[in-house]
Design a protein around this ligand. Sequence first.
Ligand SMILES: Cc1cc2nc3c(=O)[nH]c(=O)nc-3n(C[C@H](O)[C@H](O)[C@H](O)COP(=O)(O)OP(=O)(O)OC[C@H]3O[C@@H](n4cnc5c(N)ncnc54)[C@H](O)[C@@H]3O)c2cc1C
Length: 484
Amino acid sequence: MQALLNELITLVGSSNVLTEGDLSAWEQDWRKRTHGKALAVVRPGNTDEVAQVVRACARHLQQHPACGISIVPQGGNTGLVVGSTPDASGRQIVLSLQRMNTVRAIDAANLTITAEAGCILQRVQESALAAGFLFPLSLAAEGSCTIGGNLGSNAGGTQVLRFGNARELCLGLEVVTPQGDIWQGLSGLRKDNTGYDLRHLYVGSEGTLGIITAATMKLYPLPAAQTTAWAAVPSMQAAVDLLGLAQRHLGAGLTGFEVMGRFALSLVARHFANLHVPLFADWPFCVLLEHSDHSSASHARAQFEQLLEVALAQGCVSDAVLAENLAQSKTLWQIRESISLAQALEGPNIKHDISVPISSIPAFVQATDALLQQAIPGVRLVNFGHLGDGNLHYNAQAPLGIDAAVFLREQEPQVNRLVFDSVLQFGGSISAEHGIGSLKVDHLAHYKSPVALQAMRAIKAALDPQNLLNPARVLAPIGTSELP
Ligand SMILES: Cc1cc2nc3c(=O)[nH]c(=O)nc-3n(C[C@H](O)[C@H](O)[C@H](O)COP(=O)(O)OP(=O)(O)OC[C@H]3O[C@@H](n4cnc5c(N)ncnc54)[C@H](O)[C@@H]3O)c2cc1C
């Protein structure tokens, strides 16, 4: 191993091959569920260096198959499924893209931005804004996550309803293959039907098929105004009805539609006393709507008022407030984005990031709530998410008076099984936007169609026959997966 480390030092410099000291920032996952041990954290500064590092590792593995080394690509390490940190073997190299953080180009006429993989998402948004454009990918981790990680995990976030997830925003990629070759695919073309679209293979592959080193992403014109409304609704069905109404009234102007359950909001009210959470106490759900308008602020407001008037008359909204200004809008979004943290402050909990067809969400929630209450009386369900995308964060908190650690240890397998079985029954997905990582490998093996799994394995074997990139992530080694 030392020979390989020496070669890597020659390639990227000793200050960029970290083997000693506190490496927690790279070795521990965001939710602190696992703390692995890296052979080294390697931080190349450009695409050629990434390719050379991969080539050196591939050669070493070929010459010493028993050494078992592999590479874990890492961006901001904010992923929620333990996919970007090393295992405990001490044989995995964390390849961090952090130093590759240049915005290479903005093409105003083509409406594209090309950025290196290690660019922090917020920096990409700010660069677009400075040039007078909107880069719409937006999520609560945007101050830390990177564009490479967003694409690796096909991140969603709050604007998917209008602009799609990271995949739909991506027009081109530059990728280092598991053999250390560089695929230049930064075309920025909106039409290119020349065979298999490799870009779609790499997006969402969680670092198992190639290392994204740069991406060309879509830009949009900036809206003239954005307004936010907060509506209390009498049921989940009413929230779905409101979504349909808002889509008809606002068309493409509807850029956000988030649902939040009463218990989820009560946790924000309890743990963030400085945030005034409107209307939640008397209604089972609240909805946050965002409207982006290309005319003016007054036009945006008038359209929103009309929508809410109709919604109140039809009974799918019980009460509502409109943000008066940007500061109020930000506060409403802050409440939504504080739910995860409030939940963490309440204690460890069992998380699910699931999707079902929007039309099935009310029935899914009713059926799954009932199943869980029957199995674990008093279980507290934190239900919120991107309703406009059919995506719920459907989480279970220990009943009052039950130790959270004991609840997790004893109930997690049962809760996961009940929730995922129900998801399957309603035609949904066990991972809507966070991916599989190592956390959900066994669940994927259990719930995904065998035909799809076989095709995925064939793709992995064809592109990465040495199993060098992020092994045992997404796909379980054959014959090893068994649900508890
Ligand atoms: C507070 C918070 C809120 C979040 N909200 C959302 C949300 O609303 N929607 C959502 O979808 N996700 C959300 N996430 C999770 C989300 O996946 C990540 O925040 C983000 O997309 C990951 O980017 P990253 O740079 O941190 O990637 P990492 O965590 O470093 O990596 C994620 C995966 O991508 C791979 N990867 C990283 N870089 C590359 C690369 N250059 N090439 C190939 N593979 C690579 C890794 O190996 C790993 O498998 C949230 C996370 C947090 C902590």
